[in-house]
Unconditional design. Structure first.
Ligand code: HEC
Ligand code: HEC
Length: 323
């Protein structure tokens, strides 16, 4: 009997000690991690949106942890403990059926896109397997004053009425847009530190060459969710690049400018689009932007002179100078 008590008591004691050592103490230590530079607490609306995110199981398919691995670089910089100071319990997630969302507010800052995508992911990403969250929206005959209906494209829109977000959808999108990784002073992403791949060299006087396969891949990864792989955009929401004046212009300066800095509220082909074009200056290198531009300039029936990484570098330097 005594031996039995000793075994039971002893193992309980060891278990309790391990729990304190490996769980409780590190937990207390971690909760003291101060917020990183630029990491802000959530607003009440964003905090509500976080609840909607949890309630709808977004974490089953999306992580919020960028690992310090080359394959994670597309999602942002590696996650630091200070990023999560106001995000407890953390929504790190473990499955990545969809992309990591740690920096989605920077990567996809267009609220219009987020609403369309939540209402029906297929309306912007035709091949998407993400379930729709249309139950976070309402279909009404007419949008009440002050509420902008979601510009759902025809095949996905209800037969009658317009789609408006419920309060839950508004909060969820506010939360998604708040997910931005503030830069860590002094941190150099490995790709920026390493010399970028040299552009294919061209003989002097020859037309500059570009990597067509790479251009198509980069366009598909960064631009197709709005402008679509067909270059036709989504009528009234995201402009077509097929036949677009800026893409057809011999001088690529404006096209480079738009990609580096983004664009909103401009008049493109006589339409002012409700969507927002994000800035790509901290996402894409000069060589990558030149490749994308040349993809646009040689696809969908477009034929215009190619741009080079040097053109992009020159425009980037000009913009830096203005800052
Ligand atoms: C069953 C898995 C699944 C669930 C659940 C899910 N998603 Fe997704 N999500 C995906 C997939 C796959 C993609 C990539 C295709 C696409 O863009 O639609 C994606 C893409 C996204 C994107 C675009 C990411 C980018 O980098 O372009 C956002 C934003 C997003 N999801 C938000 C959410 C939110 C918010 C929820 C919860 C309300 C959610 N997802 C639930 C699978 C899922
Ligand atoms: C979130 C959606 C979105 C994404 C992603 C996006 N764009 Fe755009 N783009 C837009 C919108 C919206 C406009 C029109 C903006 C306006 O009217 O002010 C636009 C405009 C443009 C224009 C035309 C500018 C003009 O003045 O005619 C070009 C060129 C362009 N985008 C290229 C790109 C490239 C290249 C990428 C990828 C690196 C990209 N876009 C990614 C939404 C997007």
């Amino acid at each position: 009997m005594k031996a039995l008590l000793l075994i039971a008591g002893g193992s309980t004691l060891v278990y309790a000690m391990l729990a304190v050592l490996m769980g409780v103490i590190p937990g207390i230590e971690l909760s003291k991690t101060p917020p990183g530079p630029g990491v802000e607490p959530l607003t009440p609306l964003e905090a509500e949106g976080r609840e909607v995110y949890v309630a709808n199981g977004c974490s089953y398919c999306h992580t919020q942890q960028v690992r310090p691995l080359p394959e994670d670089a597309v999602f942002g910089r590696p996650t630091a403990a200070g990023d999560l100071a106001y995000q407890t319990p953390e929504l790190l997630g473990s499955e990545r059926n969809g992309p990591d969302l740690s920096d989605i507010g920077a990567r996809q800052p267009s609220a219009v896109w987020q609403y369309m995508h939540l209402y029906d992911p297929r309306s912007v990403v035709p091949q998407s397997i993400m379930p729709d969250f249309s139950f976070l929206f309402r279909v009404v005959a007419q949008a009440p004053a002050g509420v902008t209906p979601v510009p759902v494209p025809k095949p996905y829109a209800p037969a009658h009425g317009v789609v408006i977000p419920t309060h839950k959808a508004v909060a969820l999108v506010a939360y998604l847009l708040s997910l931005k990784q503030p830069p860590i002073p002094g941190y150099q992403p490995p790709s920026a530190a390493a010399p970028s791949a040299a552009p294919p060299s061209a003989a002097p006087g020859a037309a500059p060459a570009f990597d067509a396969a790479e251009g198509a891949k980069l366009f598909s990864a960064n631009c197709a969710v709005c402008h679509q792989a067909s270059g036709e955009g989504i009528a009234g929401v995201f402009p077509p690049l097929k036949g677009n004046a800026v893409v057809l212009a011999a001088d690529p300066t404006q096209q480079i400018h738009v990609i580096l800095e983004g664009l909103q509220g401009a008049n493109v082909g006589d339409t002012v689009y409700p969507g927002q074009m994000p800035a790509f200056k901290s996402v894409l290198s000069d060589a990558q932007i030149a490749n994308i531009i040349d993809h646009e300039r040689t696809s969908w029936g477009n034929h215009s002179p190619l741009a080079t990484p040097a053109d992009v570098a020159a425009e980037r330097a000009k913009l830096k100078h203005q800052e």
